[in-house]
Design a protein around this ligand. Structure first.
Ligand SMILES: [Cu+2]
Length: 130
């Protein structure tokens, strides 16, 4: 009788433990790296600056270029469903996350100029949200 209760209690505690160990895990963000002025932005480990995601997904912009600061924002006059706010991406701290809740196309750029070179000539891409 007593051992039965203890065994039942053990199972109960185990179940509570399992349930409480299940966080409402947010999906990992898709990472877009600012590689360099020359190479531009790259999605994850791909060679492309363009990506398609689902509504509610997030993008994490990361400066992976120790030689320069970069920024990210929506391309001016590109009429996105929602703006990506102009954000500085110094090398450290170097990341900015944004959740995209509105479907549509978001063209993004780095708006910096260094040595009279507008980064946006090479640093641009497109996020499509479905
Ligand atoms: Cu840049």
């Amino acid at each position: 009788m007593y051992t039965g209760f203890v065994r039942w209690l053990g199972v109960f505690v185990l179940l509570i433990g399992l349930v409480s160990c299940q966080p409402a895990a947010p999906k990992a963000c898709v990472v877009i790296r600012a590689v360099s002025v020359e190479a531009g932005f790259k999605v994850g480990n791909t060679d492309s600056p363009d990506v398609t995601i689902q509504r509610g997904d997030c993008i994490e912009f990361v400066n992976a270029d120790p030689s320069s600061s970069h920024t990210v924002q929506t391309k001016p006059f590109s009429n996105p469903p929602e703006e990506i706010p102009a954000t500085n991406l110094p090398y450290e701290p170097n990341r900015f996350k944004k959740v995209f809740n509105i479907a549509g196309e978001y063209e993004y750029i780095c708006s910096l100029s260094t040595n009279n070179v507008a980064h946006a000539r090479t640093m641009y891409g497109k996020i499509t949200v479905r």
